[in-house]
Write a protein that binds this ligand. Structure first.
Ligand SMILES: Nc1ncnc2c1ncn2[C@@H]1O[C@H](COP(=O)(O)OP(=O)(O)OP(=O)(O)O)[C@@H](O)[C@H]1O
Length: 116
């Protein structure tokens, strides 16, 4: 029982490393996340602002990993041009874009008052 539970953590960690291998945007998200952590420290943002930025980092990474999973599944269905596969991939990419835009807007709202 516990061994199975621990194995599922191992599989999940493998999923994260696969995302870094297959999805070049993951490196960008990693750099952005580190930059956010550094800026948070430099500006000494509040506890609530830390919570918001950490949650947004998690949601962006989650969306990107789901996007990569959908791309993998779609490529397994067919790598030939197919309108439904194209739409599925575009939808998944759209989900990532939405949360990235939201994260940038939240970052501006949080950081601008410290800089003005
Ligand atoms: N089999 C297909 N049939 C039709 N359109 C496709 C197909 N595969 C990819 N596309 C189109 O090309 C776009 C890019 O697909 P691709 O699999 O190369 O993702 P990507 O460039 O790696 O995306 P990301 O940057 O999110 O990783 C898709 O969003 C889709 O519009």
């Amino acid at each position: 029982m516990i061994r199975k539970h621990l194995a599922s953590y191992r599989y999940a960690m493998r999923g994260i490393s696969l995302a870094f291998r297959y999805e070049r945007n993951m490196v960008f998200h990693l750099v952005a996340a580190v930059a956010v952590l550094i800026v948070n420290c430099l500006l000494a943002v509040s506890r609530t602002e830390w919570l918001i930025t950490l949650m947004l980092i998690g949601i962006v990474w989650m969306a990107e990993i789901f996007n990569t999973a959908i791309e993998k599944l779609a490529d397994r269905v067919t790598e030939n041009p197919d309108p439904m596969i194209g739409q599925a991939k575009d939808l998944a990419a759209g989900a990532v874009l939405i949360i990235c835009i939201a994260a940038v807007v939240c970052a501006l709202i949080i950081y601008c008052p410290y800089l003005s």
